[in-house]
Design a protein around this ligand. Structure first.
Ligand SMILES: C[S@@+](CC[C@H](N)C(=O)[O-])C[C@H]1O[C@@H](n2cnc3c(N)ncnc32)[C@H](O)[C@@H]1O
Length: 241
């Protein structure tokens, strides 16, 4: 049983609490960086209920596979696929021990690497991600931004409880203020450690992508330019060569 198996039953409520951030910042920044998905073979690792897998499939990706260590999350993804068939294949796999699932143009990993318990586990996750890519392929990953302090994270709807003197790999919690609140335990991986782990796993280049937002009419959008100087998540592209 993973921490996400327990959260799956109330995922819709949890998503509601972070809807503004996801819709105005996270999704637009990701799809700006991705560019055209049409014709691509995409693997979404730690896919949860498949929200990103569905978005790339709807954009015309040629093949989409979603994996997650939580059987309950995969059950939600399969239910969504049954309701809106997009040809996505979902599989339960822990990233630490995933068989080769093909040669993908893009491997997506949204907020997954911060579950690595230690440096060895982080490097092994990065090697796994690299091994699923076709030559010239790209990893597109959101990772936690350890430079975003608790006050700034709160502005985006995330309650971060992290020791001031956290070190690489230390556990801390992030709570999403749903009713009741949903708390997950994650690990402290600064951007420099993530970049080193990706490079030791064979990635030749790591680019930190710009964060964008859609303005919309929501009054909260007014402060986003300032807030996005230090966002709660960072988006990276990593290339094998
Ligand atoms: C923050 S959620 C993000 C889900 C999805 N990517 C999204 O953006 O909606 C993190 C997901 O990673 C999964 N996960 C955590 N550790 C994992 C691991 N070692 N292998 C595969 N999936 C993992 C969880 O079960 C959860 O569904």
């Amino acid at each position: 049983m993973t921490q996400y198996d327990e959260l799956a039953a109330r995922l819709a409520d949890i998503e509601k609490a972070i809807h503004f951030y996801r819709e105005t910042v996270e999704f637009p920044s990701f799809f700006d960086a991705l560019g055209k998905a049409r014709g691509m073979r995409v693997l979404d690792v730690g896919c949860g209920d498949g929200v990103y897998a569905r978005k790339v499939a709807r954009q015309g990706a040629a093949q989409v596979v979603g994996t997650d260590s939580s059987a309950e999350m995969i059950r939600l993804a399969e239910a969504a696929e049954a309701e809106e068939p997009l040809g996505i294949r979902y599989l339960v796999h822990d990233l630490a021990a995933m068989p080769s699932l093909g040669a993908f143009d893009v491997v997506v990993a949204v907020n997954v690497l911060h579950y690595a318990d230690d440096r060895g586990a982080l490097e092994s996750m990065c090697r796994q991600l690299a091994s699923q890519l076709a030559p010239g392929g790209r990893l597109l990953a959101y990772v936690g931004n350890t430079e975003c302090d608790a006050e700034a994270a709160k502005d985006f709807g995330f309650l971060v409880d992290r020791p001031a003197d956290a070190h690489e790999g230390d556990a801390f919690t992030v709570t999403i203020p749903a009713t009741p609140p949903a708390t997950v335990e994650v690990r402290y991986w600064p951007a420099a450690s993530l970049q080193q782990a990706l490079e030791s796993a064979g990635f030749a280049r790591v680019d930190w992508e710009p964060m964008a937002h859609t303005a919309g009419d929501d009054p909260r959008a007014a402060g986003l330019d300032r807030l996005l100087k230090n966002p709660p998540g960072l988006l990276l592209s990593a290339y094998l060569d």
